[in-house]
Design a protein around this ligand. Structure first.
Ligand code: FES
Length: 626
């Protein structure tokens, strides 16, 4: 543990820490472009210069390349170091197009920040600038090579970290080019991270191009809802329209990155067909009328058929709060059935995860990244949980052995061997083994139990809240909807953000459905209640490892100002509120129904054993519910 002094502050850091990292650990920022916490050092940009006043080395040094050593006295503000950094910025800006006013990166550009912070303002060189031809890299990412400062972050991420082969460094000397051999969409399912990782505006999000400046965005810490991993995100919205999604750092979960599905797969939030107004028998009505009609029909239904014929249906797409409230509604109505999953195919992996995992055995993505033996069982990882595949790649890069059991692992991300069974793998030789079970794996047999002892486990599930729903299903005695319907007793449903996985018999009434997506159930519902999407509300998801994480409201609900009306223009009428802005989160709607039935205000969705989750901070790593 070397001890050193940086700008008169004593610092003690683990062996192998660079001076740059040591400075950051005590809140001293040294300018940097090529160094990145997930990619390490490259020594390419030369802007991290500091002066070493005392110690084993002396003079001007690149702080990202220099390991912190005992006895070092470091000055980041020394005149010589400051002058060198200033010169480096000036050199980097010689060929830069100086196009900040029209650059989409403006306001979130590290080059802009360090240029201004370093005091560079006037371009003294009046020669011709070196220019490049940009490439078409697909519909998602815009390329502007003239802004490049040759930090190599993009190529290091794309090729080394993410295993992509269709993009890299071309050219030589002062004509280094970062791109593809020829125009065409980037092939890596992680290509969107180039946007986050580029410290200038070479790669920008084409889907959000010219729509807003960084300071215009509504932003908040959020979670990706596209698989069960719970990767952390920062969605950026403006005027009630989701414009783009950025990765948010969580070292225990996704690290610094997200996959392209999480970044670019969110068009449904802005979809014109999204439900925005309550409907009764497909006719638009006000909220009071919708809820009164629902309660009236519900009471007639219960009188006619009895509570045993009613099913309340929650969903792994809905927040934990909503699913807890669904159980409270079931209790209040005395309904015979509560369902959290569409079918047993969906519920079984989640229940197996909830029954198998303990705080000692649950493997996070960070555990997978540091594993030395990984067995992937019955899983197409890249399809079911892309970021877990990226985590496996990091372990493989560090020398881990990868085995595939009951599945084919043909991916360029890592090289693995196919094994006949878990019992054939050398678990005893490994220090940190992990087994990753996919949704298609066969039920483990007793020999699997033997190899599982001392091994961490990860289960890949379907939805963002499968794990939370499995815990609730166990607690509430829930059954999958398909099983409930097969019993023939169910004659009516109240559904909350549920997806149908099987045919719903014609005789079963959908008394009400609540969702933010135009699902089959919403279209069939007698009373259709629009709800907020996850980025328009606060809530909790429990990810595949049993980690409860909070997402915060990013933007208010309502029709985006950019015309989604029939003529492409927002409604031409004066209103004090945006159309569709009076919708509520699923849990609040259920609470409203309970209040109308009970006559008492319901405020706390996280009650009972879930109460401890109330204090989770969305910016923290989350809390285990195991
Ligand atoms: Fe040190 Fe680039 S950050 S050389």
């Amino acid at each position: 543990m070397p001890k050193l002094i940086i700008d008169n502050i004593a610092v003690e850091v683990p062996d192998g820490t660079s001076v740059l990292e040591a400075a950051l650990s005590v809140g001293i920022t040294i300018p940097h472009f090529c160094w990145h916490p997930a990619l390490g050092k490259a020594g390419a940009c030369r802007v991290c210069a500091v002066k070493i006043l005392e110690g084993p080395v002396k003079g001007i040094q690149m702080s990202c390349m220099l390991p912190a050593q005992d006895g070092m006295v470091v000055s980041t503000g020394d005149g010589e170091a400051v002058a060198l950094r200033k010169s480096v910025i000036e050199w980097l800006m010689i060929n830069h197009p100086h196009d900040c006013p029209v650059c989409d990166e403006g306001g979130e550009c590290q080059l802009q920040d360090f240029t201004i912070a370093g005091g560079h303002g006037i371009r003294r060189y009046d020669g011709k600038k070196r220019t490049h031809v940009n490439q078409y890299l697909g519909e998602l990412i815009e390329h502007e090579m003239n802004r490049c400062i040759q930090c190599y972050r993009c190529a290091r991420f794309y090729q080394e970290y993410a295993g992509g082969t269709d993009f890299g460094v071309l050219g030589r000397a002062d004509m280094v080019y970062f791109g593809r051999q020829c125009d065409g969409p980037l092939e890596s399912p992680f290509s969107g991270n180039l946007v986050d990782i580029c410290p200038t505006g070479v790669f920008t999000d084409r889907t959000a191009r010219f729509r807003a400046r960084y300071w215009d965005y509504d932003m908040a810490p959020s979670l990706c809802p596209h698989c069960s991993l719970g990767c952390n995100t920062i969605p950026a919205a403006r005027y009630r329209e989701l414009l783009k999604v950025m990765a948010r750092r969580n070292d225990a979960v996704n690290g610094w990155f997200i996959c392209d599905r999480g970044r670019f797969g969110n068009a449904a939030v802005n979809a014109p067909r999204r439900p925005r107004q309550p409907l009764v028998d497909r006719q638009p009505v006000g909220w009071d009328q919708a809820l009164d009609t629902l309660l009236g029909r519900l009471s007639e239904f219960l009188e006619l058929h009895g509570p045993g014929s009613l099913a309340i249906v929650g969903s792994p797409r809905m927040s934990l709060e909503g699913n807890i409230m669904a159980a409270r509604l079931r209790d209040l109505l005395g309904a015979g059935t509560i369902c959290y999953f569409g079918s047993s195919k969906q519920s079984e992996p989640a229940l197996e995860a909830a029954n198998s995992l303990t705080p000692d055995t649950a493997a996070s993505q960070a555990d997978v990244r540091s594993a030395d033996l990984i067995a992937i069982v019955g899983c197409d990882l890249l399809e079911q949980a892309p970021m877990m595949a990226l985590a496996v790649r990091q372990a493989w890069r560090n020398g881990a052995r990868i085995y595939a059991v009951d599945c084919d692992q043909t991916t360029s991300l890592y090289a693995g061997e196919v094994a006949p069974a878990l019992s054939a793998l050398p678990f005893s030789e490994a220090k940190q083994p992990v087994i990753i079970y996919g949704t298609d794996h066969k039920q483990p047999d007793s020999s699997d139990d033997a190899v599982r002892s001392g091994t961490k486990l990860a289960f890949i599930l379907n939805g963002p809240n499968d794990f939370g729903c499995a815990l609730l299903a166990r607690e509430q005695g829930a059954v999958p909807l398909a099983d409930a319907l097969a019993g023939g007793k169910i004659k009516g449903l109240l559904s909350f953000e549920a997806d149908l996985t099987t045919e719903l018999p014609d005789a079963v009434r959908v008394l009400a459905a609540c969702d933010w997506q135009p699902t089959q159930l919403m279209q069939r519902a007698e009373v259709a209640l629009p709800a907020t999407a996850w980025i328009e509300m606060e809530g909790t998801f429990v990810n595949n490892e049993g980690r409860a994480q909070r997402f915060r409201q990013v933007m208010p609900p309502g029709l985006p100002i950019r015309g989604l009306g029939p003529d492409g223009h927002p409604p031409r009428e004066f209103r004090k509120t945006a159309p569709g802005s009076d919708i509520l989160p699923g849990w609040r709607l259920i609470a409203d129904i309970i209040e109308r039935l009970e006559g008492e205000r319901v405020d706390v969705p996280l009650s009972g054993r879930w109460q401890k989750l109330q204090g989770i901070n969305a910016e923290d790593a989350g809390e285990s519910v195991l």
